[in-house]
Design a binder for this molecule. Structure first.
Ligand SMILES: Nc1nc2c(ncn2[C@@H]2O[C@H](COP(=O)(O)OP(=O)(O)OP(=O)(O)O)[C@@H](O)[C@H]2O)c(=O)[nH]1
Length: 478
């Protein structure tokens, strides 16, 4: 799992501070030594680590922390803010051309994930902006690369311009751009060749393509698993081509985090997207603040909400919104929700995005077994319609009969009813716009002010979204 080592070490370091009424300069110094080691072990660039530690230390020994009533939380807050800063502070959007097409040139070493990322970006543009992109196959050295791009093109139903392997890539790009202009494609993605390492011939070719195409974006695709090497690659490509942004791939793997934490500081260029899987939908906009939260085990509620919005069936979501408003969330909805959550991906990944859940050992490799869902359904279907709506009717004798009817042990029935009631309470609180209830339920791992801070932005944004959704429903009804 990405950042696992770094995340665990940082959280262990900070846990020593929790509960301390007062933090001394010596405590801060000791803690920063551990943070420094954790960063270096995660393959973060040496200079980046040095500057980071210096900044955090200076801020942490300031009076705002040492004299505060919650010094441990203040220190974590500073580390969080500085991690966010190192990674670029805010998400950076794609540069768009004033007049179509916006031209995006994908560059990078062999195997970094260029071709796959070109496909993911097309999928992202189609989903987010209903774009009509064209792909240009300008990697003439690896015949399989053209076929790979054609397969991706077919999957996404976008045209792929290629002239085989015998034509100069610059000519291919020139012809491809002419076709895109004629066919009014709004985006053009150029898949260029990669090499095992940066060499003059590759750079010459990329520069010639750049001079001809005058791209709005030169996105360097780097493999996060290569750690420090990824940072060197980024430095090299940036010097030669003046890249405009980075796509960091394979963050679903066992990456230590060095690349994510170093690239921005070393090159000055933003990480714009992260790849988190081989599927075409596995591309996310890079949000430094959310990444810092994830690294510190503070969850990433915004990504979770966005993921839910994307993967949830729109009609189901609307029904759920209505039920929340009417306070009529019942057992049938409960089963539906579990089914929806199952679609979102492995349970342990999802749970880690919830504040306070990241380091829960019980969640290690937690999976939602499809069979569990079948068992839950069997229990729900053994209830009467009225019981499904009013769980208070489920007295011990009814519970026993339901267990027998579903062929499941009574403890499982009791557990499910308890979970349902918790979810129902959460829904009721959300329907009243009271997300503090949710915070209490989920944020028990990060207490007090910090928990509120972590949830604060989500509460504000969720309220805004809710308002917007309600307006939509109102408009729809009238
Ligand atoms: N797990 C994971 N695999 C990825 C990701 N991105 C790409 N890959 C895989 O990495 C391998 C290389 O990806 P390609 O897209 O072929 O790499 P490339 O940079 O185009 O390679 P060349 O064409 O040889 O220069 C493929 O097996 C991809 O499926 C990612 O975010 N996560």
């Amino acid at each position: 799992m990405a950042f696992e080592g770094l995340s665990e070490r940082l959280q262990k370091t900070f846990s020593k501070l929790r509960g301390k009424g007062k933090v001394t300069e010596a405590d801060v110094r000791e803690m920063m030594r551990e943070v420094r080691l954790a960063l270096l072990e995660a393959d973060v660039n040496f200079d980046v680590t040095k500057t980071f530690i210096k900044t955090v230390r200076e801020r942490a020994v300031g009076s705002e922390v040492l004299e505060s009533l919650t010094p441990a939380q203040q220190v974590i807050k500073i580390v969080n803010e500085e991690l966010t800063k190192v990674m670029g502070t805010t998400a950076v959007a794609l540069n768009n051309a004033p007049k179509i097409p916006t031209i995006i040139m994908m560059v990078g070493l062999q195997g970094a994930g260029k071709t796959t990322s070109a496909g993911k970006l097309v999928h992202y543009l189609q989903t987010e902006q209903k774009a009509r992109p064209l792909l240009i196959a300008a990697d003439v050295y690896r015949p399989a690369a053209i076929e790979q791009l054609q397969t991706i093109g077919q999957q996404l139903q976008v045209p792929v311009y290629d002239e085989g392997t015998q034509v100069d890539p610059v000519t291919i790009v020139e012809h491809g751009l002419t076709q895109a202009r004629e066919q009014k494609n709004d985006y053009v993605l150029i898949d260029t060749a990669g090499r095992l390492e940066i060499d003059t011939q590759l750079m010459d070719e990329l520069r010639r393509i750049k001079d001809l195409a005058q791209p709005n974006e030169i996105l360097l695709v780097v493999d996060s698993m290569t750690g420090q090497a990824a940072t060197h690659v980024a430095e090299g490509f940036n010097e030669q081509l003046d890249i405009t942004g980075v796509i960091l791939t394979k963050l679903d793997g066992d990456t230590r985090g060095g690349a994510a934490l170093s690239i921005r500081a070393v090159t000055g260029k933003p990480i714009k997207f992260i790849g988190s899987g081989e599927k075409l939908a596995a591309l996310e906009v890079f949000h430094p603040d959310r990444m810092a939260n994830r690294i510190l085990g503070m969850g990433d509620m915004m990504t979770l909400i966005e993921k839910a919005e994307k993967d949830y069936d729109a009609q189901q979501a609307e029904t759920l919104t209505r039920k929340m408003q009417e306070n009529s969330f019942d057992f049938n909805d409960f089963v539906d929700q579990l089914q929806q959550v199952q679609k979102m991906g492995p349970m342990d990944e999802i749970m880690k995005m919830i504040p306070g859940m990241a380091n829960n050992p019980a969640l290690k490799n937690a999976q939602m077994d499809p069979q569990d869902l079948e068992h839950l359904k069997a229990i729900v279907y053994s209830m009467t319609l009225q019981e499904r709506q009013e769980p208070d009717l489920l007295n011990p004798s009814r519970r026993r009969r339901i267990a027998a009817g579903a062929g499941r042990p009574i403890v499982e029935v009791n557990r499910m009813i308890k979970q349902f009631k918790q979810m129902q309470t959460m829904m009721q609180k959300m329907s009243k716009g009271n997300l503090n209830g949710m915070e209490q339920m989920m944020g028990n791992g990060i207490s007090g002010k910090l928990g509120k801070m972590a949830m604060g932005s989500m509460v504000r944004r969720t309220k805004k979204r809710k308002k917007k959704r309600l307006k939509k429903v109102k408009r729809f009804k009238s």
